[in-house]
Design a protein around this ligand. Structure first.
Ligand SMILES: [Zn+2]
Length: 700
């Protein structure tokens, strides 16, 4: 803590400014308040009206901020979802909790979080999250009575197809839980994902924000929160809830050449809103000094008069919020490691202190934020003294950095790859040293190319997507995300050997990454190499907490080579790891079907629907089973649910019903084909709808 209390010194260093005059001058605390933590993913501070954005439509968050304590300069420490939420919940910097990226890491099972600490104080605890990076498998669910992440119900696929749930649904689940009558105080964490790419605001926001769809998504997030915020705002100082509103990171929106977030540590990605709201304790206030996400947990505990654990990286902001302290909170550490871990680029670490910001890269950067808030003038060469001082500070902060060293298991996975005949580059994502050619500033254009390829893929232009992706892999062979994307494209084109090659190359670059392992294993099965898939997933299977997607791929591989009991053992393990996951019974069903055990398969799919009625794969599988048994009504009703939940299932409906028709089962196929015609979106399935209409007209 570089504390100081002299106003003159404060001005010079621009460290902390508290707007005086309003709000109480004594620190007030209250035992047993309800706590509501709202994290709006990917929310830049300046995307809110109350933070000065004149185009924003964020009335609810604005009202909360205006009635509460608003921190103008709050920063994240990491620029992707899982590490940053781990920090918000634990009060630990990524250096200490060790979660450095969305995949390949798990929150430590012994670390305390707001959930474990408040649960120990007699709170009931509920988390309601909206996107896959916060799935319970990554370790944040501990301490929560309820961890609502049941939107995750699709198959194994590369991480760039992120699964999410609309904020309004997440908020409705949270409200239902909050309305349960219970003696105990509650801690609810509500996470909504609207502002995350791709930007797709609903009507009428879509047309209103045609030129700024990101702001449209922010407006959608605000609207989704209104059922939570409105009653709290109406209750004002009669309310018993402490609200914390923040985000995990911002969004670059093209600044410095970055479209979204994850690569750079500029202010666009680091600065997030932070609002504390509890009108009985805290008057409206604007705090402009720097604060950090690590400060949230100690602040909440302090407000509730709960002792703050001593080994945290942050401190309570309550004295600053109450206006009794102008203490400098010290430096802000930050990092961006997705470039290193997913692309083989140089890692980015940095520190901000007293208005100076240093970014440690092969081409180092130094900015004076007060004069140059957009970070356009790199002073690293002109101010070597300042650069060295901050560089030393950063080295000290990182002295205990356990880093991103691969686990022993990954060496074994690498060995398996070699034994399968894969002799790829073998370079690790963690190199000994990086040159200026590895600096993300020089490579960010490759990320735009990746985005272009995703766009081509999503529009169905697979051939051009493949050409561009091959070119990208040639230009930068160590870019793991490009290899994963190439693998997906090749698979969709039916080139399974090429798909396997690309995924093997990706896995060699980071054997820690369980998504790559799961996807590669599933491609091997599809390519007729189930034995290889079983061998490859074996080391991971022996882990204490293996990844469920890897277990799913493994179960299919084993079932395919006739080792049904081992396949079921893999799924038993998946059930231990993630008991509420409806995909566990779905895979049980698939393995039973492969073994000819139809009635057990049916009960498994029904079990999946009992866990989550929106499990598309369970509906589709039950529909097909029913068709095969001549139960037309049951088949029709399951298909109806499947295509309503996921319109892409129309492709499967068309294929299955078409096959039945060709096989002469016209009476059974007819209602399914009629369902296809009436519900398939014509813009995607125009040609198929035409063909079905012709078939039905020609009839019997
Ligand atoms: Zn995020």
């Amino acid at each position: 803590m570089a504390g100081t209390s002299e106003p003159a010194a404060l001005e010079q260093t621009s460290s902390v400014h508290v707007i005086p005059g309003d709000g109480p001058r004594t620190v007030r605390r209250e035992v047993g308040l309800d706590v509501l933590l709202i994290t709006v993913d990917t929310l830049r501070a300046d995307a809110l009206g109350v933070y000065g954005n004149r185009h924003a439509a964020t009335p609810w968050m604005d009202r909360l901020a205006a009635a509460g304590v608003r921190f103008e300069n709050a920063r994240a420490h990491n620029v992707v979802t899982l590490p940053s939420h781990a920090t918000i919940l634990s009060g630990l910097s990524p250096l200490k909790h060790g979660v450095r990226d969305n995949s390949g890491f798990r929150f430590p099972s012994e670390a305390e979080t707001l959930a474990t600490l408040l649960e120990a104080e007699g709170y009931r605890t509920g988390a309601f999250v909206s996107a896959f990076p916060l799935d319970s498998r990554f370790g944040l669910a501990r301490g929560f009575d309820v961890y609502e992440d049941s939107f995750v119900d699709t198959g194994i696929k590369p991480a760039f197809f992120e699964q999410e749930r609309p904020g309004s649904e997440t908020v409705a689940l949270a409200k239902r839980w909050l309305e349960v009558v219970d003696e105990r105080p509650s801690f609810a964490w509500v996470h909504i994902y609207e502002p995350h790419f791709p930007y797709a605001p609903p009507a009428p926001l879509a047309s209103r924000f045609m030129n700024d769809p990101y702001l449209g998504d922010v407006a959608a997030a605000d609207a989704a929160l209104s059922p939570l915020l409105q009653p709290l705002l109406e209750a004002a100082d009669r309310g018993n809830t402490l609200v914390i509103l923040t985000s995990d990171h911002g969004e670059s929106l093209g600044e410095h050449g970055e479209a979204t977030h994850g690569i750079f540590g500029y202010e666009a990605a680091l600065k997030v809103p932070l609002v504390l709201y509890q009108p009985r304790l805290l008057g409206p206030k604007l705090v402009s000094g720097p604060v950090r996400l690590v400060d949230i947990l100690p602040t909440v505990l302090d407000v509730l008069s709960i002792p703050v654990p001593g080994d945290l990286d942050g401190g309570s902001l309550l004295p600053i919020a109450a206006g009794v302290s102008v203490e400098d909170i010290g430096e802000t550490y930050f990092e961006a490691l997705s470039g290193q871990l997913n692309r083989g680029w140089a890692p980015l670490h940095g520190v901000i202190r007293r208005g100076w910001k240093y970014i440690d890269l092969p081409i180092p950067e130094l900015y004076e934020l007060t004069e140059d808030p957009n970070e356009e003038i790199n002073l690293a060469l002109r101010e070597p003294g300042q650069a060295k001082e901050l560089g030393d500070l950063l080295r000290n902060l990182r002295a205990s950095d356990a880093g991103v060293t691969p686990r022993a298991e990954s060496a074994e996975t690498r060995e398996r790859l070699r034994s399968l005949g894969y002799l790829g580059g073998g370079s690790s994502p963690v190199k000994e040293s990086y040159s200026e050619d590895d600096d993300p500033k020089r490579l960010i254009a490759l990320d735009s190319m990746l985005r272009e390829i995703t766009g081509l893929y999503e529009r169905g232009d697979l051939e051009r997507a493949r050409l561009r992706c091959r070119e990208l892999v040639r230009r930068r062979p160590g870019m793991r995300v490009a290899l994963m994307q190439l693998g997906q494209i090749e698979r969709d084109l039916g080139n399974l050997d090429a798909a396997v090659d690309a995924m093997q190359a990706a896995l060699t670059l980071n054997p820690e990454d369980t998504t790559t392992l799961a996807v590669l294993a599933s491609y091997l099965v599809q390519a007729g190499r189930a034995g290889d898939a079983a061998a490859l997933t074996e080391p991971h299977f022996r882990q204490t907490r293996p990844d469920v997607d890897v277990l799913f791929s493994r179960s299919l591989a084993l079932a395919r080579i006739g080792k049904v009991e081992e396949a079921l053992a893999a799924l038993e393990k998946a059930r231990d790891v993630d008991p509420g996951n409806p995909m566990v019974p779905v895979y049980f069903g698939t393995v039973y079907l492969m073994d000819g055990r139809r009635s057990q398969a049916r009960s498994s799919y029904e079990e999946a629907l009992a866990l989550n009625p929106n499990t598309v794969r369970a509906h589709t599988s039950l529909a097909i089973l029913a068709s095969e048994e001549g139960q037309v009504e049951a088949s029709l009703s399951n298909w109806r649910k499947a295509v309503a939940l996921d319109p892409r299932e129309h492709a499967k409906l068309f294929a299955v019903a078409g096959r039945m028709w060709s096989a002469g089962q016209k009476a059974q196929a007819r209602p399914l084909l009629e369902l296809f015609v009436e519900s398939a979106p014509p813009e995607t399935f125009g040609k198929e709808i035409g063909r079905v209409l012709d078939l039905l007209a020609a009839g019997d």
